[in-house]
Design a protein around this ligand. Structure first.
Ligand SMILES: [Zn+2]
Length: 376
């Protein structure tokens, strides 16, 4: 962007923008180039890709995915490796750190350039502690200080967040939530969680467990949930519940089987997904009444069902949300499919790289720079 554009969008005076840009270039965080636009000479400001790198790590039940990005928000290298189901935490952390080192080399960067790391883990995270809350989604990870473990091995600050919050950050920085002040990202997969962006900021709540929409009560006398409650949304609409519903008629299916059969028009599979959407819509309607988000972004593996899922969420919302709250909230699928959590982790790491810059009195670089674009 030009300095004039930065001034207009930020509401700061041209003199302030000039001073801030000068400080950023002095720190090596930004670059200024003179170019010609429509016959006029203009000064363009870009983030300096050589200023440093960050790393994002997404850990799941059966995989770890790592992405290395520069401070200009470009992904330089990214890879996913499989993990055995029921893996131990130290095993997964070791594999992740090895992958980080390999990708940094592959990106042709010096490990000393690493500024921050962020790790995504499914399920609630205790704020501050950087370890999993209850109920843990990854059984081998209870009581592990994940942030400290990564920080020790990588030698930089490492922050931890859950995959639904990271989904919200990825969509906010580069995806469908860009420029939207209030929205909810819904992850529908083995579990169901929400990442809430309120007033342009990720909302984590007092103890870091905000957004556990999967544990909204849908049926008071329903099945007992892993959280101890009964009739939670997860017991009715998360992947294991859907596969269980189909078992008597279809035998043992995987989530991939369910999505494939449904795409092929199988009536039973389509019914199960549509019913899940209806239940999710009840919880989302309550969310809309409470927080009035401008957009609902649906991600996670089940989002691959597309309009079959989304339409039944919309119908259920239309029936149950206050009309004023429901009317404004559009329901869309996420932008990044299986890359969502790792991109969210990169966005979180970039925010933390900014925070360390702030200690040297340099104003923070906005994560959602309009210049930001991800490779791949
Ligand atoms: Zn529950």
């Amino acid at each position: 962007m030009t300095q004039a554009e930065l001034s207009r969008l930020s509401g700061l005076s041209r003199a302030s923008v000039f001073n801030i840009v000068r400080d950023l270039t002095d720190e090596g965080l930004a670059r200024v180039t003179t170019t010609t636009r429509n016959g006029r000479r203009v000064t363009e400001v870009t983030l300096n890709p050589d200023a440093g790198i960050v790393v994002g790590v997404d850990i799941g039940n059966r995989h770890v995915r790592v992405a290395v990005a520069d401070l200009a928000h470009q992904v330089l290298a990214e890879q996913r490796v499989a993990l055995p189901l029921g893996h131990r935490a130290d095993e997964a952390i070791g594999r992740s750190v090895g992958l980080v080192r390999r990708l940094v080399r592959q990106a042709d960067r010096d490990p000393d350039q690493l500024r921050a790391a962020a790790i995504g883990i499914p399920g609630p995270i205790l704020a501050g502690a950087g370890r999993l809350g209850t109920p843990p989604v990854l059984p081998g990870w209870a009581d592990v200080e994940v942030g400290a473990a990564f920080s020790d091995q990588l030698g930089v600050r490492a922050v931890v967040d859950n995959d639904a919050n990271l989904g919200a950050l990825a969509e906010s920085a580069w995806g469908r939530g860009r420029g939207i002040r209030d929205f909810a990202y819904l992850k529908v997969s083995t579990g169901i969680g929400a990442g809430l962006v309120l007033n342009g900021q990720l909302y984590r709540g007092a103890y870091g467990t905000a957004g556990e929409i999967g544990h909204t009560t849908i049926e008071e006398d329903g099945a007992v949930c892993r959280c101890g409650n009964r009739g939670c949304l997860e017991t009715m609409a998360a992947a294991p519940a859907l596969l269980e519903l189909l078992r008597a008629a279809y035998g043992t299916l995987t989530l991939e089987d369910l999505l494939r059969l449904s795409a092929d028009g199988d009536i039973g599979c389509r019914r199960v997904i549509a019913d899940a959407g209806r239940h999710i819509g009840v919880a989302v309607a309550n969310l809309c009444n409470l927080l009035n988000p401008g957009l609902i972004i649906v991600g996670g593996e089940l989002a691959a069902a597309g309009d079959l899922l989304l339409n039944s969420i919309r119908e259920s919302m239309a029936r149950r949300a206050m009309s004023a709250a429901e009317r404004t909230a559009d329901v869309v699928t996420g932008a990044f499919a299986e890359r969502t959590a790792v991109l969210g982790a990169v966005a979180l790491a970039l925010q933390n790289a900014d925070a360390s810059d702030a200690q040297t009195n340099v104003p923070a670089v906005r994560t959602s720079s309009p210049k930001a674009e991800l490779a791949g």
